[in-house]
Design a protein around this ligand. Structure first.
Ligand SMILES: [Zn+2]
Length: 100
């Protein structure tokens, strides 16, 4: 028996045999290069982690870090014209097109 690893698009459930292909597919829907998309994911992860940390230890340092990580993430989104409503539209459209 052979075990096979597949990667699934976070938005439309399409399957890929490599993480690279899957990330490229997700990047394309946001009109980002793979490098840009990976950077965005990292910024999101940092902001999420910082938000969690500040709920565990609510001190000045952690509040400053939350502030910083969100500012970095929002600056990226602004630069790439990814407002919340636009992101929601893209996800909805992508899911709809994939499920047809
Ligand atoms: Zn997809």
């Amino acid at each position: 028996m052979k075990e096979v690893t597949m990667y699934k698009c976070s938005y439309c459930n399409k399957l890929f045999s490599s993480s690279h292909e899957c990330l490229a597919h997700e990047a394309l829907m946001f009109n980002l290069s793979l490098e840009e998309y990976e950077k965005w994911l990292k910024l999101q992860e940092k902001a999420k982690q910082a938000s969690f940390n500040v709920t565990v230890v609510h001190n000045e340092d952690n509040i400053r870090i939350v502030d910083e990580t969100y500012r970095n993430m929002l600056a990226f989104e602004e630069k790439h014209n990814l407002t919340d409503s636009k992101i929601a539209n893209i996800k909805q459209k992508h899911f709809y097109e994939a499920s047809r």
